[in-house]
Design a protein around this ligand. Structure first.
Ligand code: ADP
Length: 191
């Protein structure tokens, strides 16, 4: 099984690269951002709770995310593997994912981090906001708050995987196909 944590700040290109990976390797993408937005759109209890945090550019509480991801994994037990996109975003989530996987006899193969500098990120997200309709992509203060949240709470998650010798990092700037080729050269070692 190929289980990948695709890591990087908002706007790094995780969603785009996930689509390429899904097509080539036939594994399932679990995007916690997409899952949360679906809950918000359906106005579920979880969605209503999450919305307050998302609209402020803050992370949604760990328990909410951990439960959501566990459900998704269990709903796709026969998958050839998973790409985690936007998860884990805190050390608590990273530990919970390890626990969840251990209980199910699974293992994270590797974390791949996409490196993009903060100025480029802000530019990309505001551009995306013009077409995505995502309110959190259209307000510069909110975008900066999300990048800040990444710096303080999420970036340290890389160390967690580094300590397990599972951390790989590549540049997220350049042609999408070139970035994908670099991802493939890492992933091919794990299949
Ligand atoms: P981005 O494009 O900023 O990377 P996502 O689409 O992954 O954002 O997520 C949008 C929002 O959903 C985040 O700003 C955050 O509020 C919430 N969110 C998504 N994943 C997580 C997570 N793993 N932990 C906490 N909050 C999350």
């Amino acid at each position: 099984m190929l289980n990948l944590v695709l890591f990087g700040p908002p706007g790094a290109g995780k969603g785009t690269q996930s689509q390429f990976i899904v097509e080539k390797y036939g594994i399932l993408q679990i995007s916690t951002g997409d899952l949360l937005r679906a809950e918000v759109a359906q106005q579920t209890k979880l969605g209503l709770e999450a919305k307050v945090f998302m609209n402020a550019g803050n992370l949604v509480p760990d328990e909410v995310l951990i439960g959501m991801v566990a459900n998704k994994i269990d709903a796709h037990k026969d998958s050839k593997g998973f790409i985690f996109d936007g998860f884990p975003r805190t050390e608590v989530q990273a530990k919970a994912l390890d626990e969840m996987f251990k209980e199910r006899n699974l293992q994270i193969s590797v974390m791949i981090a996409l490196e993009v500098d903060n100025e480029e990120l802000t530019k990309r997200i505001l551009e995306r906001g013009k077409v995505s309709g995502r309110a959190d992509d259209q307000n510069e203060d909110l975008v900066r708050q999300r990048v800040q949240e990444y710096e303080t709470k999420t970036r340290p998650v890389a160390n967690y995987y580094q300590a397990q010798n599972k951390f790989q990092s590549i540049s997220g700037i350049g042609e999408m196909q070139e970035i994908f080729a670099n991802i493939c050269s890492i992933l091919d070692k794990y299949i």
